[in-house]
Design a protein around this ligand. Structure first.
Ligand SMILES: Nc1nc2c(c(=O)[nH]1)N[C@H]1C(S)=C(S)[C@@H](COP(=O)(O)OP(=O)(O)OC[C@H]3O[C@@H](n4cnc5c(=O)[nH]c(N)nc54)[C@H](O)[C@@H]3O)O[C@H]1N2
Ligand SMILES: Nc1nc2c(c(=O)[nH]1)N[C@H]1C(S)=C(S)[C@@H](COP(=O)(O)OP(=O)(O)OC[C@H]3O[C@@H](n4cnc5c(=O)[nH]c(N)nc54)[C@H](O)[C@@H]3O)O[C@H]1N2
Ligand code: SF4
Ligand SMILES: [Mo]
Length: 746
């Protein structure tokens, strides 16, 4: 913090909105934000920022943002004190647990919970206190396939390699649009600048996407791909590597097992066989494989477009199979493992070996979906609520989660949530999901909260440690979200509504440290005793982490105080090779051919000759929007209608759609949405695109700005029966729909 004008102060603050984790420079005068811009001195993001970072001011000022708990009485929300809210939760939740058991309480975890340390660090404590197996999250609408494939190959769910873009000379990108999303499972602020530098040094960026995206526009080449068919392209590329003798494991040779099994598995997938299925010519598939193999510094990166598919886990696996077989995994300029300063499981325990991962420790009650990373697929939540019998979900706690708009068959989800006996939402808005709550507990404004990114430094293009202090004091009467989580945890444990969250925090911390640190536990507990809550957990994690002071063992090492003293962050250097140290597989090898994935290749083979659907729908992202919840901020809401249906000219003609007219889109379950048509050859023929997160026209919400231009909910027409059976991830792209002009009888 430093002063400029007499009453203006300047603060550094990491943006909590998306995975780019940009440093913001925020000016405050008289308790109000006067400006937000990029923090040019931030060691990691170097001044880059997008419009959503600037909109943090609108978020803080938003009159619709909740600042007091709400309790539903006789069908209407009334403002309540925190004490009343917790008493209501105790009064309603405790009998449900007693009567129906712990699994009857489901938890739905949403995207923002991974961006707030108070939420992410306390989720496991709340879940443990609840003792429920009914855990659902946005992970199964997003990246679970990548987590599963990485877990199987490298031994931990978060050991996910990222392109070393600053040294890369060929980047093949599938199903990602970082020009709009600013990167995902890859923390890479200013992707545009880094892509430009790559091309200026003679490197190439190639994009595979059913839409010619903003990222395709700055690439050297773009290839349309039939949605849901990346597995065929990737198998064709792996086949080419073996077929043309291009496999070079390099340094990794002694650390990889299963190469022969992969070779056998891809035998039936020559480029000439798969070309028609994926819509990419065989010559192009071969050429991509050759370029990848022959470029010294190259990487393949696949993101959400490759995950939200029927073969999401196979796709995610094949991306890294390509990186390994071409010698690009763990090499500079290739796909590398970040070494985070705190909270990374792949820096803990004995290096180079571990327990690996397992799935299916339990199964979902209704459709028998295997547990993955402790979760049941979000696509199973509605049926778990609807289907009677022992273990039926009777209550729901949503934490920064809006499944009514974000999960497929949203209308069914809304109806299911409505039939629950009790719902608590920890949320900042009265929106499409929290309107179903009996109690809403408001989260705090990011400006009133401190910040340290827990997951994203594990996927960053460079190693770094950055902490932000709270800039403004808590609104009077408000409580930090980590304490709210502990209050609910205490209620779930039968300690009642009056339990002291600080005392509970002390107890939980002492238990954890004693389990991990054995004889030195007391000294460690004492050493961090000056802090509470997330800060204490962070100090512990940093000091025990790979750059930490080890509580005196390495006096020059990191502590939270040191990180706090650098408001624009500490740079910990470029990515370094980490194999074998990073591995946590039982064999200590990179498992190139996990049995579960080899078996699933059979399923890919069975669908090889599947004919294209008449029209399939995919989503898209826009830089001025963020999933379902930023449409109430004036700065982002202004400008043209963004919830449009993009349609290729040939499809428009065929379907009788006109530019500016409306399309009527119907999904399998019979739900219908209407969206304004934008005719554009940026779409692949046969594919239309509507962004997700819209549909703010549901009654009883409090989103005044969003309601003026509600848009349509893409997820109303998506199909919640479509799933990647391995990871439980929802299929959100390539879903067949019927489309007619809106004026036609539907
Ligand atoms: N069709 C389709 N559907 C998709 C996707 C897609 O690409 N296509 N993408 C999927 C993906 S990747 C994701 S991650 C999910 C996201 O879906 P969700 O996980 O449901 O997350 P959001 O839509 O971001 O909604 C966030 C919720 O958190 C609340 N919130 C915001 N800030 C805070 C805060 O500081 N504290 C608290 N307590 N609450 C807060 C918001 O009001 C909102 O209710 O959507 C998925 N749905
Ligand atoms: N502005 C903005 N930024 C965001 C978000 C946001 O909503 N808005 N959401 C955040 C979240 S939660 C996430 S998870 C990340 C996601 O970050 P990204 O993965 O970069 O997400 P998208 O921009 O949706 O890009 C996915 C691309 O996949 C393409 N695609 C669809 N189907 C297929 C297919 O079958 N094969 C291939 N190869 N491509 C396909 C789509 O056309 C799209 O261009 O973005 C984050 N950042
Ligand atoms: S890209 Fe935008 S939303 Fe994402 S962290 Fe940076 S400023 Fe925030
Ligand atoms: Mo996401």
């Amino acid at each position: 913090m430093s002063a400029t004008a007499p009453n203006e102060t300047v603060h550094q603050r990491i943006c909590p909105i998306c995975e780019a984790c940009c440093g913001l420079e925020i000016r405050i005068a008289d308790g109000k934000v006067t400006s937000i811009r990029g923090d040019a001195s931030d060691v990691f993001s170097k001044g880059f920022i997008c419009p959503k970072g600037v909109a943090v001011k609108d978020l803080h000022d938003d009159p619709d943002r909740l600042r007091m708990p709400l309790i539903k009485r006789d069908g209407r929300f009334v403002a309540a004190t925190w004490d009343e809210a917790f008493e209501e939760i105790d009064r309603r939740l405790t009998p449900i647990i007693a009567a129906h058991g712990r699994d009857a309480v489901a938890v739905s975890l949403g995207n923002p919970s991974s961006h707030k340390h108070g939420l992410i660090l306390y989720t496991s404590k709340l879940v443990k206190a609840l003792g429920t197996k009914s855990i659902f999250s946005a992970s199964t609408l997003d990246q679970m396939p990548k987590q599963l494939s990485s877990g199987l190959m490298f031994g931990h769910w978060l050991s996910i390699p990222v392109p070393d873009i600053e040294r890369c000379d060929f980047l093949l990108m599938l199903g990602a649009n970082p020009m709009a999303s600013n990167g995902s499972l890859w923390t890479v602020p200013d992707f545009r600048g880094k892509a430009k530098a790559l091309r200026e040094r003679g490197g190439k960026l190639v994009v595979i996407d059913p839409r010619r995206t903003e990222t395709a526009d700055i690439a050297d080449a773009h290839h349309f791909i039939r949605p849901n068919s990346d597995a065929y392209l990737l198998l064709g590329m792996v086949h080419t590597l073996f077929d043309e003798n291009l496999v070079r494991l390099g340094r990794l040779a002694e650390h990889v097992s299963g190469v022969d099994d992969v070779q056998a598995a891809v035998r039936g997938f020559a480029p000439e066989v798969v070309a028609e299925r994926c819509g990419i010519p065989a010559a192009t598939i071969r050429d991509l494989a050759r370029t990848l193999a022959r470029t010294e510094r190259a990487a393949v990166y696949g993101r959400i477009g490759t995950c939200v598919q029927e073969f999401g886990t196979v796709n995610s696996w094949l991306v890294d199979v390509l990186n390994v077989l071409t010698g690009h995994l763990d090499e500079p300029g290739g796909a590398m493992f970040t070494k985070a300063a705190a909270f990374a499981a792949n820096t803990l325990g004995r290096p180079g070996t571990g327990r690996g991962i397992v799935t299916g420790r339990w199964k979902s009650r209704v459709s028998g979906a295997p547990e993955v990373f402790g979760e049941i697929p979000m696509n199973c939540l509605a049926e778990e609520i609807e289907t009677p019998g022992p273990g039926q979900v009777k209550a729901l706690i949503t934490i920064a989660s809006n499944p009514v708009l974000s999960s497929p068959n949203g209308p069914r989800m809304a109806k299911a949530i409505d039939q629950l006996d009790f719902v608590v939402s920890l949320d900042i808005y009265l929106n499409e999901t929290s309107r179903h709550a009996d109690v809403i507990l408001p989260g705090v404004s990011p400006l009133e909260d401190s910040h340290y990114d827990v997951p994203f430094p594990q996927f960053s293009y460079r190693n770094h440690a950055r902490y932000s202090r709270a800039i403004l004091p808590l609104t009077s009467g408000q409580i930090p979200e980590w304490q709210t989580m502990l209050k609910i945890a205490a209620i779930a444990q039968g300690k009642g509504a009056k339990a002291d969250p600080l005392a509970m925090d002390d107890e939980l911390l002492a238990d954890d440290v004693r389990k991990q640190a054995g004889p030195s536990a007391d000294a460690i507990i004492e050493a961090v005793s000056g802090r509470r809550g997330p800060e204490r957990l962070l100090d512990l994690a940093l000091r025990m982490g790979p750059y930490g002071d080890g509580f005196g063992a390495r006096p020059d090492g990191l502590t939270l105080s040191k990180v706090m003293a650098a408001p624009s962050g500490i740079d910990l250097g470029a990515l370094n090779s980490r194999v074998p140290e990073v591995l946590r597989t039982p064999t200590g090898k990179i498992e190139l051919a996990p049995a579960m994935l080899l078996a699933d290749v059979q399923r890919v083979a069975q669908h090889l000759h599947q004919a294209p659907h008449d029209v399939v729908i995919i989503g898209r992202r826009h830089v001025r929007s963020n999933n379902s919840w930023m449409h109430n901020l004036p700065l982002l809401a202004k400008g043209p209608n963004r919830c449009t249906a993009l349609v290729h000219p040939a499809d428009a003609t065929r379907l009788g759609l006109t530019h500016g007219g409306a399309a009527r889109i119907t999904g399998r379950a019979g739900h219908v949405i209407e969206a304004q048509v934008e005719v554009s050859d940026e779409m692949m023929p046969g594919v239309i695109s509507v962004p997700h997160g819209w549909g703010h026209d549901l009654p009883d919400t409090q989103l005044q700005v969003a309601a003026q231009r509600p848009g349509a909910n893409l997820n109303a027409v998506l199909d919640d029966t479509l799933i990647d059976p391995l990871s439980g991830n929802a299929v959100l792209g390539g879903v067949p729909v019927t489309v007619v002009a809106a004026s036609q009888p539907g």
